[in-house]
Design a protein around this ligand. Structure first.
Ligand code: AMP
Ligand code: MN
Ligand code: MN
Ligand code: MN
Length: 282
């Protein structure tokens, strides 16, 4: 593995197996076209796209590491932990993710009930039509349905008006816990990375607690350059990586050509003096 900071690594994106709109094959082709040299597909709570992604990456001559993005609840907030370099056939990881996916259907039904109270009907069935994987109905699928129905002009606006805390379609949900998620990843031979730390509405003290607990559990990395961060945040989280001795990761969090702000492989490189997370891959 090329361990250079300048390697074009994109270690975070989504396919139709979770809430993206492209197949793993189409993502591999797009990654190749955009010059990605090391790629990981990190669907939410699901490994169903890994075999296809691996085969397609090999066909395009791209190095591949298996990945996943696990939803957890930390201090009553949803946080995402990315696992990279995992063995997708690991039984503990597969079972942990199955449990994590389990509550999504009931949550979706509760969301649809709430939405119907504000005059939006049929959203459970509507969202389901957008979900490529019946086990993985996500808020993103509701957002696409509401855009199609003309309630909002884009998915961003749907989230703002309907799908976040305090809005009519929001349902509080309990995901996996941090300890379990990190342990599933590590037992499957992978490294755990805190996804888009700049996105959480946690206090500075709560973030400190998250970093410390994550490190104690054997978590190794944080995302520094991601589609969810502003350029200022690249510097903020580069400093956090240095302070805590975390390795740094880079990933677009690409979901869809028209919805995503950043495309595969097109973000700036990691800032210098960081250790890239790919230095641990063989
Ligand atoms: P869920 O796991 O069902 O709660 O859905 C979370 C997903 O919704 C994230 O992975 C993003 O893809 C998407 N998402 C969250 N917040 C926003 C937002 N403000 N605008 C657009 N998409 C969002
Ligand atoms: Mn998503
Ligand atoms: Mn995420
Ligand atoms: Mn993501």
């Amino acid at each position: 593995m090329n361990k250079s900071l300048a390697l074009n690594a994109d270690l975070h994106c989504h396919s139709v197996v979770s809430d993206g709109t492209l197949t793993p094959e189409a993502l591999a082709e797009r990654a190749y076209t955009n010059g990605v040299q090391l790629w990981s597909l990190t669907d939410h709570d699901e490994l169903g796209g890994q075999a296809c992604a691996q085969v397609a990456a090999t066909r395009f001559g791209i190095q591949y590491v298996a990945g996943v993005e696990i939803s957890i609840t930390w201090l009553d907030h949803t946080v995402h932990i990315v696992g990279l370099g995992i063995d997708p056939s690991n039984p503990g990881l597969i079972e942990g993710l199955r449990q994590t996916r389990d509550g999504r259907r009931n949550r979706a039904q509760a969301m649809a009930e709430q939405l119907s109270k504000v005059g939006i009907h049929g959203s459970f069935e509507g969202a389901q039509l957008y979900a490529g994987n019946p086990e993985l109905i996500s808020r993103t699928h509701f957002a696409r349905f509401l855009v199609e129905q003309g309630f909002c002009r884009d998915t961003e606006t749907v989230f703002k008006n309907y799908l976040v805390a305090g809005k009519p379609g929001y349902v509080q949900h309990r995901w996996a816990n941090l300890e379990n998620a990190v342990q599933w990843i590590r037992s499957a031979g992978g490294v755990a990375v805190i996804a888009h730390p700049g996105r959480y509405h946690l206090t500075a003290l709560q973030m400190t607690e998250l970093y410390e607990r994550f490190k104690d559990l054997g978590g190794l990395g944080i995302e520094v350059v991601t589609g969810s961060h502003s350029p200022d945040q690249y510097h903020t989280f580069a400093q956090i990586a240095l302070n805590y001795g975390f390795m740094a990761s880079r990933g677009s969090d690409f979901h869809d050509p028209s919805e995503s702000h950043t495309d595969l492989g097109l973000l700036p490189p990691l800032p210098s003096n960081l250790t890239p997370i790919w230095s641990v891959f063989h």
